[in-house]
Ligand binder design. Structure first.
Ligand SMILES: NC(=O)c1ccc[n+]([C@@H]2O[C@H](COP(=O)([O-])OP(=O)(O)OC[C@H]3O[C@@H](n4cnc5c(N)ncnc54)[C@H](O)[C@@H]3O)[C@@H](O)[C@H]2O)c1
Length: 263
């Protein structure tokens, strides 16, 4: 198991889903954690559940909307104040938006998806990278999606924003590899989190579980992924040991994005 003793890691969107699963995995490995989310009550609950499971973990919480530049600058400052350095950034906060055709997509929702998924990730890079440059060390994991390497029916702004995350990952890798900073992205498939549960409700409001079962048929593993399965990959990418993977977008999807037609 990779050790994170004396490493401090920022996780955005840490209150639930993939962010919370990674927080628990990293706490188990000894990391100091700065948990960021705009859902204040869920963030407090997340901190409680982590410190209950890992009483020695040093955890701070910062309420912030990652689409607001000042709020991002503040979570970076608060983390440096608390821990003196930033070893890792898990740039995870994101939303799906609504599902609608291109011509009917609500413009306000379109812009919100771009503001959070694209600009939120960019602001994180903009303010964390200078701290990592001074340290000559850093690990960044941005959260793209299979929607960052493939089209997804009725999810145009999500797909646009996640392709952008994959592109920004390549650029950050090119520009800051010389400073001891690696930047990678993950592309999860359908992982059972509150966000995905909501998506299945939109596909079949009467029977979301049926929508889930139907969806899983197209996956080589015949099931959805679990947040913990993603967390273990993220912890590796954020670890000191992962020193020569840079600029990659790594699918965590049971192999589904490699298939063409029925499996
Ligand atoms: N679950 C999946 O199957 C899946 C697949 C591909 C990509 N992803 C991506 O993984 C990331 C996490 O997704 P999840 O499934 O855990 O979602 P989730 O909705 O379960 O959790 C997301 C968390 O991010 C927070 N958040 C959202 N917008 C925010 C903002 N502007 N500022 C601060 N916090 C914000 C929410 O409050 C929530 O706690 C997202 O970027 C998502 O696009 C998820």
């Amino acid at each position: 198991m990779n050790s994170f003793e004396n490493k401090s890691i920022i996780i955005t969107g840490a209150a639930m889903g993939l962010g919370l699963a990674a927080a628990k995995d990293l706490a188990a490995r000894g990391a100091n954690l700065a948990l960021v989310d705009y859902n204040e009550s869920s963030l407090a609950e997340a901190k409680d559940s982590i410190t209950k499971d890992f009483p020695n973990a040093k955890v701070i919480t910062i309420v912030a909307d990652v689409s607001k530049e000042e709020a991002v600058k503040n979570y970076v400052d608060e983390t440096v104040k608390a821990f003196g350095r930033i070893d890792g950034l898990y740039n995870n906060a994101g939303i799906e938006g609504r599902q609608a055709s291109i011509t009917e997509y609500d413009l306000a929702v379109f812009k919100k998806v771009i503001d959070i998924n694209l600009m939120g990730v960019y602001y994180g890079l903009r303010y964390v990278i200078p701290v990592m440059q001074k340290q000559k060390y850093g690990r960044i994991v941005n959260v793209a999606s299979v929607g960052g390497i493939r089209g997804v029916f009725h999810q145009m702004p999500y797909v646009a924003s996640k392709h952008a995350v994959s592109g920004m990952t390549k650029n950050a890798a090119l520009e800051y590899g010389k400073d001891g900073i690696t930047t990678n992205a993950i592309a999860p498939g359908a992982i059972l989190t509150p966000m995905v549960a909501e998506a299945f409700k939109q596909v079949n409001p009467e029977d979301p579980k049926l929508a889930e079962t139907e969806y899983a048929k197209a996956n080589p593993t015949k099931r959805l992924g679990l947040p913990d399965e993603v967390a273990k990959v993220v912890s590796f990418l954020l670890s000191e040991e992962c020193s020569y993977v840079n600029g990659q977008t790594i699918a965590i999807d049971g192999g589904q994005s490699n298939s063409y037609g029925n499996v």
